[in-house]
Design a binder for this molecule. Structure first.
Ligand SMILES: Cc1ncc(C[n+]2csc(CCOP(=O)(O)OP(=O)(O)O)c2C)c(N)n1
Ligand SMILES: [Mg+2]
Length: 588
């Protein structure tokens, strides 16, 4: 006996009656109205819960149909990072729900708000081994900030509001709302619409650290011999780059983590660039390591002091006095004991800047010319290293050549996306941010492969007018080729460059460094990614000559379709990760 895998479509509200709950309206309408109230314009889904998607257009909510749930969650994640709105992703119970886990886990670690609505089995079939029944409350433990199952149609508003509040307040993160399928078809008994709050933008609540701590921080920074600011991804989450820029104008050098990249204009004379685990030869900030190591007061902003950002906790000097500003009190002092500034970065920095203005900033003023010189010379040293270390005209193509060409067409509005592995490092190290608040979207929460293309699509949904460039490795791209069809169907035009080195690069190189050999799955058979793009009705161009990249890139950025540039790159190329520094095993 076959089981019914899909619910029967619910009655769909007419456009005129869509905002009130009356007559034969259902839980699906209540859900859609609540989402509308929170400013939701799109839902990343695949037609389930069907009743919700049939009702949603009547509330002006469009469905962005993903091919796989993990890609859909990554789309929602990038949409959130770029738009500052809380995105909604949905999935069917069971196997579909399990595929939300990777995307939610990345969002949890990267502090990105997402509301996931997960369909559950019919309430009367609970715990009977119903079709695709799974304990979702257990499933999402460890990958979500908040998980609840709603069982009363009359409480949909309450639960939707709780989910948005959980996602968008405090340290943002994913909230999972589990909703039995029959709830969407049931008519509410009591009137709805008492709740009027709109909770769909984050940070939902901004709070500042206490005035005494802020005053103490200002005194420390003003009186320091060699202060340094290291801004993390929290600056973007809090939309605090203008306040960081104001702090910079007071004479403070600003470095960032990879997640914080774009927090500053990297053309500013007091912008250090990205510091962390890729400060080896060819690392843009390699010659600025002393600037970090000699700092006596370090202000960390929205920086979780993780392994890569601190070069395995070897980079930040133990002797420095730390001031740590974060919305999550648990992050403050986690790895470096610090003066605690617990609060929203934007609001607290605004207060800190005011407090600094009242201090004696003559030290900052007098130190500035030498500081600017140190930074300029350090970056010049990098240029000289590059000229010596890399032949930008060689074939197979060096990724540094691609980044150098790409850098010439970047605008402050360009959104640069990268997948995990080397791609994240190529863009973070070799491109320059053009303004405070420029967006470089990389999966640095957990650094999983397969986030690149869906991130690019989610970013494009959030900012349709912005050019979106995405860099991926051939290994990571293979996780999500299927979303090329999504790009075409949804009319989301991005330029995707595949570093076709025909290997799991980072994996192979790490094995060579650690063991002197590597396992055979690191080498791939040849794949023509341009042909895959063309098979999906998109533009696909294979590039073997470095001179062909820039024209193809410009054409792709101007095109009315997604373009895949399949670039034959040198498999021996690796970015300047310090763990690989001067390792002879990589000269193969
Ligand atoms: C989902 C996931 N699986 C495995 C890994 C481990 N891993 C990190 S880098 C890497 C190789 C990536 O190869 P590719 O995407 O081709 O990029 P390349 O390093 O060659 O530029 C692997 C397997 C990971 N980070 N994420
Ligand atoms: Mg590869």
């Amino acid at each position: 006996m076959a089981v019914v895998e899909r619910e029967t479509p619910a009655k769909v509200a007419s456009a005129s009656d869509s905002h009130g709950i009356a007559g034969n309206q259902t839980g699906a309408h209540v859900f859609a109205a609540a989402l509308k109230r929170h400013g939701v314009e799109v839902i990343f889904g695949q037609s389930i819960p069907s009743a919700l998607f049939l009702a949603a257009p009547h509330f002006g909510i469009r469905q962005i149909g993903y091919r796989t749930e993990n890609a859909g969650t990554a789309m929602a994640d990038a949409y959130a990072r770029v738009s500052h709105k809380v995105p909604v992703v949905t999935a069917q119970n069971g196997p579909a729900a399990t595929l939300l886990v990777p995307g939610l886990a990345e969002a949890l670690k990267a502090s990105v708000p997402i509301v996931a609505i997960v369909q559950d089995v019919h309430r009367q079939q609970t715990d009977k081994n119903a079709f695709q029944e799974l304990d979702h409350l257990e499933l999402f433990k460890g990958s979500a900030k908040w998980i609840k199952r709603i069982t009363e149609v009359d409480r949909i508003d309450d639960y939707v509001d709780m989910a948005f509040t959980a996602a968008a307040s405090g340290r943002p993160g994913p909230a999972v709302l589990i909703a039995p399928i029959d709830l969407f078809n049931e008519a509410p008994k009591v009137g709805q619409g008492e709740r009027i709050a709109s909770l769909g933008a984050y940070p939902l609540d901004r709070m500042t650290a206490g005035p005494d701590a802020i005053r103490e921080a200002a005194e420390l920074l003003a009186g320091a011999k060699a202060p340094l600011v290291i801004a993390g991804g929290g600056v973007h989450l809090s939309d605090a780059s203008a306040e960081v820029a104001a702090l910079q104008e007071l004479g403070f050098p600003i470095a960032t983590t990879a997640m914080g990249k774009g927090a500053t204009d990297e053309g500013h004379p007091l912008s250090v660039g990205v510091v962390g685990y890729f400060m080896g030869t060819r690392g843009r900030t390699r010659h600025l390591r002393p600037l970090v190591e000699d700092a006596d007061v370090i202000l960390l902003i929205g920086n979780r002091t993780n392994q890569n950002g601190t070069d395995s906790w070897s980079l930040y000097p133990k002797s420095a006095r730390f001031i740590h500003l974060d919305i999550d009190s648990q992050e403050v002092g986690r790895n470096y004991e610090a003066l605690r500034l617990v609060g929203d970065a934007k609001l607290t920095l605004a207060e800190l800047n005011k407090a600094l203005a009242k201090t004696d900033l003559s030290k900052r003023k007098s130190a500035r010319p030498a500081l600017e010189k140190q930074i300029a010379e350090g970056l010049k040293g990098w240029d000289a290293d590059m000229a010596k270390a890399v032949d930008l005209n060689q074939t197979p193509i060096r990724p540094e050549r691609l980044m150098s060409d790409l850098d010439t067409v970047l605008t402050p509005e360009t959104i640069v996306v990268a997948d995990a592995s080397y791609s994240s490092i190529w863009v973070a190290n070799f491109l320059k941010s053009r303004k405070p608040g420029m967006r470089f979207v990389t999966p640095r929460g957990l650094a999983g492969l397969g986030w690149g293309l869906p991130f690019a699509l989610g970013a494009k949904v959030a900012r349709p007018d912005a050019p979106v460039f995405c860099l991926v490795g051939d290994g990571g791209f293979a996780h999500v080729w299927s979303e090329l069809e999504t790009a075409r169907r949804m009319g989301l035009n991005v330029v995707l460059a595949v570093l076709n080195n025909q290997i799991l690069g980072y994996q192979k190189h790490a094995e060579k460094v650690l063991f002197g050999e590597y396992t055979d799955v690191c080498d791939f058979q040849a794949v023509d990614h341009a042909a895959i793009a063309r098979a999906c009705g998109l533009e696909g161009v294979r590039i073997s000559d470095p001179a062909d990249f820039l024209p193809a890139l410009k054409k792709g950025l101007a095109a009315n379709t997604t373009t895949v540039l399949d670039i034959v790159t040198d498999q021996r190329a690796y970015p300047p990760v310090t763990a690989f520094e001067a390792n002879q095993r990589l000269n193969y």
